[in-house]
Design a protein around this ligand. Sequence first.
Ligand code: XMP
Length: 597
Amino acid sequence: MSIAVLDFGGQYAHLIANRIRRLHAYARICSPQVSLDELKGVRGLILSGGPSSVYDPAQPPYNPALFDAGLPILGLCYGHQLLCQHLGGEVEPGQTREFGAARLQLKQAQGVLKGLESEERVWMSHQDTVSRLPAGFEVLGSTADCAMAAVYDPARRIYGLQFHPEVSHTVNGLRILENFVELCGCPRDWTMDHYLEEQAAELRLQTAGRKVFLLVSGGVDSSVAFLMLNRILGEDRVMGLHIDNGFMRHNETATVRRLLTDSGFANLHVVDASAEFLAAVEGVVDPEEKRRRIGTQFIRTRDRALEELKLDPEEWLLGQGTLYTDTIESGGTAHAAVIKTHHNRVDLIEKLLAEGKVIEPLAQLYKDEARELGEKLGLPHHLVWRHPFPGPGLAVRTLCSAGKTDWEGVEEAQGRAASIAARFGLQVEILPLRSVGVQGDGRTYAHPALVWGEAQWPALEELSTELTNAIPKINRVVYLLGPVPRPVQHLKPAYLTRQRLALLRRADSLAMAALEQHGLMQEVTQMPTVLVPLSSDGIHESVVLRPISTDDFMTARFSALPQTFVSDICRQLLEVEGIEAVFYDVTHKPPGTVEWE
Ligand code: XMP
């Protein structure tokens, strides 16, 4: 018996299933067109969010009979709007833009909101709003910008929530989902052991006697996948390939080799392909193009390694430690938007996937589940809990520029930003470069705003949310840590070169060492350091610190770290030859993604 999650293409659709599994109930992802026959054994339906508006002619088709099946229904975000509209209510398009934290005032602590406080912190990401309820519905709760944020029809057990209970930043979100699982009467006996058993059977079927050549970056995902494949298939049917792509952190390849060999892995092969990778991205500025070229180069390097090791490519399938997050952000489900193309989801790999030549034993899991599996399989604790590091590494943290940017409409936005910042006693300038963000389940590629002046974290958080909600040209906010006064900077032409990578590597290594020294390694989940080509003299550059905390990476909060750490790392970075300014990213996800590219 299970809960069915109907996937309308929302970034968090699969996360709902992850959360239900955490409650030890079983959840399946289904198409919104699923027939009632296929839903045998299903005790309740959850309608996910999605990038569309109910007014979009291209909105995903769904089976209307689902609403009459008598099953309890929980609609989230787009799912909430869809069910209200379908059942006779009304949705107003593009009325409010609300991304990030909001406060839900409860009118009734009933049904899925049972046991909650009168005010709850919830996570929003929407533009359309329900403006009239269908017959039989009542309001359970509202936010300042959304009167019908939580609604229900008690007779039919249908619930609609404009916010996302599945993301951990909705503080009592899991409680809400638990209430739903309970009211569906779904049993709670699912465990990670079931996953291992299912995967073992599936892997044997999919490999059909063939072997797996697994790309091992040394991060938790590929290490867990390596261990799992070694366990299930045996060491002689698995080979790990660690590629030094030249975009690694200081000493990374040596550390990975040591960590994995210390953990008893003998079947690991290491190659240095930094020259090829650097050549592949020469002159590239666009982040997506960079990601595609790097992903493609991984496969070329793998092919060359197979050749050198004289292994038959027909006999050796490609293995990757891909998680579900990589797939969804790369637009890998039926209705999802491409936020960024992860290195393990480029065209060449999609082609191999379609041919059934890729083995991804973690593809249904999130980072927290991969870690749980790692612990279960006996991977050393320090490997399981390493900060994640993306496949394209420092390459997607080294922003490139041809020296010009698209400034259309930015001047007008600058005026509005200045008047918002003035209310906080701060100054602001929209920066002449762009970074990737995610808002309302879609990709954005917009400008960061730099703010400066005397400020504490709570005010910066509030300002950041206000600027990004009010001004579509801004999807990220950074705060100037130093120097004061601020240097007047311009965008300089800058590409991926060994020198710039070396500069970022030095900055990143100082930042990570400072985190360690200040005892903050556990406090933040990940802290990218980003090199941005903003310069007062056309030579020096700026760096951004991007500390975040999250457990699923689909949403994240920027970490408000102690002043002692902030002043220490700022001073150290400004002493590095080549760095002239240090910024601190104060943007949650949404609206900013973790990585800038
Ligand atoms: P974003 O920037 O999408 O990052 O908010 C979410 C998490 O994914 C990591 N990331 C990647 N990991 N290959 C990876 O293996 C990639 O291409 C990639 N891009 C982003 C990012 O570091 C963060 O942990």
